[in-house]
Design a protein around this ligand. Structure first.
Ligand SMILES: Cc1ncc(COP(=O)(O)O)c(C=O)c1O
Length: 427
């Protein structure tokens, strides 16, 4: 007999967005015996030898030091391991001319948990009964935001405007400030910069405008910087992190080679950090300390920042260039296809305008030619209104080899041509 679940229990046993698709992908991979599949669905970063070596060396140093027992054999403070907090404060103060103290920083077990704390501390039912919204100012955005609200009705996303460069088959999303509403009902605002899934980087002006709207109501703005500089520095366009009284700068060390160690970081005003820290104490006491200890060494030595810009960024930027060049050469010029500008992160985002079938059906067609990508409709959490664009996009991971990316994009171009042609014939 199934256990009787509460509303929250039922809600949290649902897999949202991309995690639901992953089940189909895993089954496809398991059933593929013999057939070689090019899997460009992963959000898992590749293991780059220089990055693995960095963490191996930091681990060897830790093991050889007296600190080891202190790190793994003891509980610690909920706020995080003090040497890591100090390393981040020093690094950020030096890089960005800030005056951070340890009270401005919280370490969490991965950044996903941070969004869970924030969404449920600032969003959902307030003590006066009003519903406080968790606002995603530009949809599509990270699918994981769909699962973090205990009251899903609190999640509200806004349709963007589209900047289209038709001649070059490129486009870029922009926040639609004519629609974006911030009020007493807003609990918090969240967006990723660079963005998973699109690779978009909101401009400094756009970020400052969102932060200013939110400041009028003392609303915190969480800038999900999982791909941003200084590490992993997966920005392919110039960008600087933006700080401010109501901005919580959120980082992750996952894309810098430590996804398994689960390290997230929140940097912001003490009043927000304390709320999030208490939530964490209640939930899990603190993040694991081993990853924090090796991270503090890699930050203090400057090696993490260096490897991010010299190894991690060029590796994925080159993958994007391979994908873009192949699509430019292989896609029929007369089809209305548009690649989102590759400004960062580890994905490409392709829009097939007026696609005659859904993104899910297109994903199935691609599977038949041995290519796996992620249907785009999973990346619009919180967007209530129907919008055909939602069913016309695909997320393609840059985690394949160059040869795999070339072969996959050539096959995708053929499938696209056939799908649009079939629609013309049957019309
Ligand atoms: C934009 C974005 N935010 C947050 C996360 C979660 O990362 P973490 O491993 O730090 O929980 C991811 C993971 O892919 C991501 O792409």
């Amino acid at each position: 007999m199934n256990p009787a679940l509460t509303k929250i229990g039922a809600q949290m046993s649902n897999l949202t967005g991309v995690r639901a698709i992953m089940k189909d992908i895993v089954e496809t991979l398991q059933a593929s015996q013999g057939q070689e599949l090019i899997n460009l669905s992963a959000g898992n970063p590749l293991i780059l030898p220089e990055v693995e070596q960095l963490w191996r060396d930091a681990t060897a140093e830790l093991l050889a030091s007296a600190e080891y027992g202190e790190v793994v054999c003891r509980y610690g403070a909920s706020q995080g391991y003090a040497p890591l907090i100090e390393a981040i404060a020093n690094d950020f103060n030096k890089r960005y001319g800030l005056n951070l103290t340890s009270r401005n920083i919280l370490i969490t077990p991965g950044s996903q948990s941070l969004y869970f704390y924030a969404a449920n501390s600032f969003g959902g039912s307030a003590s006066n009964g009003e519903l406080r919204q968790i606002v995603l100012p530009l949809s599509p955005d990270y699918t994981g935001y769909g699962g973090v609200c205990l009251q899903p009705e609190a999640l509200i996303a806004y349709k963007p405007t589209l900047d289209i460069d038709a001649a070059n088959h490129k486009f870029k999303y922009r926040p639609d400030f004519s629609q974006l509403a911030v009020s007493e009902q807003t609990g918090c605002i969240i967006f990723s910069r660079p963005c998973n899934p699109t690779g978009n980087v909101l401009t400094a002006d756009e970020v400052n405008k969102i932060a200013a709207l939110a400041a009028n109501y003392n609303v915190p703005v969480l800038i999900d910087s999982a791909y941003a500089p200084p590490f992993p520095a997966l920005n392919f366009t110039e960008m600087q992190p933006i700080f401010g009284d109501n901005i919580i700068h959120c980082m992750s060390l996952s894309k810098a080679g430590l996804p398994g160690e689960r390290i997230g970081v929140a940097i912001g005003d003490e009043k927000f950090i304390q709320v999030l820290e208490c939530f964490q104490t209640n939930l899990c006491i603190h993040a694991s300390r081993y990853g924090q200890a090796i991270a503090s060494r890699a930050i203090n030595s400057g090696k993490l920042g260096e490897i991010a810009t010299q190894v991690i960024r060029p590796f994925y930027q080159n993958k994007f260039a391979v994908l873009e060049t192949t699509l430019d050469a292989a896609m029929p010029k007369d089809l209305p296809w548009f690649l989102h500008r590759g400004e960062g992160a580890i994905f490409a985002w392709l829009w097939l305008k007026d696609l005659p079938i859904t993104d899910w059906e297109f994903y199935q067609e691609l599977k038949k030619v041995g290519v796996i990508v992620v249907p785009g409709s999973t990346f619009f959490p919180g967007l209530q209104e129907e919008w055909s664009h939602k069913h016309q996009c695909l997320r393609i991971s840059l985690t394949g080899s160059d040869a795999e990316i070339v072969a996959a994009m050539q096959r995708l171009a053929k499938v696209a041509e056939q799908v649009y042609q079939r629609a013309v014939v049957s019309a």
